[in-house]
Ligand binder design. Structure first.
Ligand code: 5GP
Length: 234
C-alpha cells in the first residue's frame, strides 16, 4: 500500500500514481455527531463506494466536473488531487435534521424551494453554519468560488432528484464538498447515504445514516436498498 496522506473519519487518502491524483479508500467506520458516536459496520465502505461511484458517473455524464478518475476496487477510487475548500455545501428539499431543530419546522415538511447553506468543515467547532461574507472575510474561498459552488450544488440537486425519483427515493437533503484543481473548482468527496438523507418516496422510511444516528437498526439494510434501486436506473 502507498503512503497515507490523510485519514478522516470515514475515508483514507493514499498517495496516487502521480502528483495529480490520490487514492480515496472508503472505510467501514460509521461516525455521527462530529465523531462522538462511532461504530464499525462491516461492508459500509464498499456500499458507499459503489453508490457514490454510480452517482458520480451519472453527474459526469450530465456535465458536472468531479474528482473521480476511475473506480479501482470495492472500496477505492482514483481521484484528482484537489485542494479541499474547507466548507460544506448543504442543499435541502425537505425539512429534516438541523434545519427542523433550528427553525422549528416539522421533519418532512416540503420546502417551497431548495435551500442552500454553507457550514465550516471543523469537527471541533461542530461544523457551524457560516455565511458568504464570513467565508470570504476569513479567506476560505472567494465570492466567485462560492457563487459557483452554490450554482453547481443546485444543478446537482436537479440531476439527483431526477435520478432518485426514478428509483423511488426522496432526496431530503445532502452535503457536498468542492476542491480546487488546475484553477477550477470541482466536486470532490462522496455522495452516499452517509452524506445524504434518502427516504422511500412512498413510506418515508429512512434509508441513510439517520438509521445509525437515531439507532433505528438495520443501517446497512438501508444502504443496500439504495444501491439496489439506483443500480439499474438510467
Ligand atoms: P444536518 O444539517 O441536518 O445535520 O445535515 C444536512 C445534510 O447534510 C444531511 O444529509 C447530512 O447527512 C449531511 N451532512 C451535514 N454535515 C455533514 C458532515 O459533516 N458529514 C457528512 N457525511 N454529511 C453531513
Amino acid at each position: 500500500m502507498s503512503k497515507i496522506l490523510y485519514e478522516g473519519k470515514s475515508k483514507i487518502i493514499y498517495e496516487g500514481p502521480d502528483e495529480k491524483s490520490v487514492v480515496m479508500y472508503y472505510k467501514d467506520t460509521a461516525t455521527a455527531f462530529d465523531g462522538k458516536k462511532k461504530e464499525e459496520l462491516t461492508g459500509k465502505g464498499k456500499l458507499n463506494s459503489e453508490i457514490s461511484g454510480i452517482i458520480y458517473n451519472y453527474l459526469t455524464q450530465n456535465g458536472i466536473e468531479t474528482h473521480l478518475i476511475k473506480i479501482l476496487d470495492d472500496n477505492s477510487e482514483l481521484v484528482k488531487r484537489v485542494e479541499v475548500i474547507m466548507v460544506e455545501s448543504i442543499v435541502r428539499n425537505v425539512a429534516a435534521g438541523s434545519f427542523s431543530r433550528k427553525y422549528g419546522v416539522p421533519e418532512g415538511t416540503a420546502l417551497k424551494n431548495p435551500t442552500t447553506e454553507f457550514s465550516l468543515k471543523d469537527d471541533a467547532l461542530g461544523d457551524p453554519m457560516i455565511n458568504n461574507s464570513q467565508i470570504t472575510a476569513l479567506g476560505i474561498a472567494t465570492a466567485e468560488e462560492l457563487d459557483f459552488m452554490t450554482e453547481q450544488s443546485l444543478k446537482i440537486n436537479k440531476l439527483l432528484c431526477d435520478l432518485l425519483e426514478k428509483a423511488g427515493i426522496r432526496l431530503v437533503d445532502y452535503k457536498l464538498e468542492f476542491g480546487r484543481y488546475e484553477g477550477r473548482v470541482i466536486l470532490c468527496d462522496e455522495i452516499s447515504p452517509d452524506s445524504c438523507r434518502f427516504w422511500d418516496i412512498k413510506t418515508n422510511e429512512k434509508l441513510d445514516k439517520d438509521r445509525f444516528r437515531r439507532d433505528l437498526g438495520n443501517v446497512l439494510g438501508g444502504y443496500e436498498n439504495v444501491l439496489g434501486r439506483i443500480k439499474d436506473v438510467k
